[in-house]
Write a protein that binds this ligand. Sequence first.
Ligand code: SF4
Length: 250
Amino acid sequence: MSQLRLSPSRVNDFANCPLLYKYRIIDQLPESPSLDAERGTLVHTVLHDLFESPAALRTVQTATELLPSRWQQQLETKPELASMITSEKEWLDRATSLLKTYFDLENPTIFEPTHRELHLEQDLADDIYLHGYVDRLDVAPTGEVRIIDYKTGKSPKPGWEEKALFQLRVYALLYWKEKNVIPKLLQLIYLGDSSVLKSTPTEQELVATENSLMKIADSIRKAIETDTWIPRKSKLCDWCSFKSICPAHN
Ligand code: SF4
């Protein structure tokens, strides 16, 4: 069997609903763009490009000035977005508001990012490849590492923090395996409700993350081998592109 390619989003897809994983990853069925995801992409692009400016110029004004040109670039790549948006002004106003929130949570004029959109990858086993893209990774002069991910949605409800941190623990595991250094801090920046979720990963947590990745890889393999894909109904179904063809809803 070919090598299984895993990433935090693929793992989440399978954990949320194996049938969703099949439709999306195995069958690669087309999906219409999601405006929430596109807004996230736009804000991520601006926050990425903001750090091209010298430190003193990384201001709200610079970020909001970047927004229209980055939006035009996104429209050129996906022209269908134009017809999905009823008011471009409202669309850009919402993105501006999220960018302003970013400056309430971090001051980008006082540090230099080490990496943006850093691709981390590793063979977890001969037949399991794991990878992911880190929004930002900063290495302090002291050598301490922090991993940052921007979210345009809201922070998790109480009790759901561990699930939210899984993605960053996977990145920390990849970084640890590559550099032999455990990151000091994982930081999820939620622009949707102006909050930050922080965690200091331990070796024990990263080993547990690797173990759970191996278990999920095993479950995916079994599903592929037996061609058994169980639909798992949840609130996520309302956002699922495949609801109209899903046997759980038909
Ligand atoms: S509609 Fe729900 S149960 Fe069906 S594939 Fe999508 S997430 Fe799974």
